[in-house]
Design a protein around this ligand. Structure first.
Ligand SMILES: CC(C)(COP(=O)(O)OP(=O)(O)OC[C@H]1O[C@@H](n2cnc3c(N)ncnc32)[C@H](O)[C@@H]1OP(=O)(O)O)[C@@H](O)C(=O)NCCC(=O)NCCSC(=O)Cc1ccccc1
Length: 93
């Protein structure tokens, strides 16, 4: 069956992958992060065959928590989905 749009899970995966810049760019050697929360809003179906762009921004970085936002847009800037992600910074003890 030929599909005309992406599933919610596919869109979420795209957003999760696109939660760029990941907190890792702000991490020191030896540090890592774990995703605590990922909130996704799918505002219109994504048709197949459309070129999309994933955009991400690190909104805030505290000692223990990184908050980033991501969005999926097409070439004209039309918004398809956006997400907010909260990650815990994990430091070696
Ligand atoms: C339907 C709603 C949740 C709410 O919209 P509303 O508050 O009623 O606002 P409004 O009417 O202003 O429309 C806003 C934009 O949405 C578009 N559109 C609206 N209805 C339909 C439709 N029946 N079919 C296609 N497109 C529709 C509409 O053209 C407009 O886009 P445009 O400005 O012309 O480019 C919308 O945000 C949406 O489809 N999100 C993505 C959901 C998704 O992909 N989930 C992934 C899992 S798949 C799933 O869940 C199954 C499912 C898929 C689609 C629908 C139902 C079930």
């Amino acid at each position: 069956m030929k599909r005309s749009s992406m599933s919610g899970l596919e869109q979420m995966s795209l957003l999760a992958a696109g939660k760029v810049p990941p907190p890792s760019i702000a991490l020191m050697p030896g540090e890592s992060y774990g995703t605590v929360d990922l909130s996704v809003k799918l505002v219109r179906p994504i048709p197949t065959g459309v070129r999309l762009r994933g955009e991400g921004k690190l909104m805030n970085l505290s000692r223990s928590v990184a908050i980033s936002q991501g969005r999926i847009v097409d070439d004209s800037g039309k918004l398809y989905a956006h997400a907010t992600c909260t990650c815990m910074i994990l430091r070696p003890s």
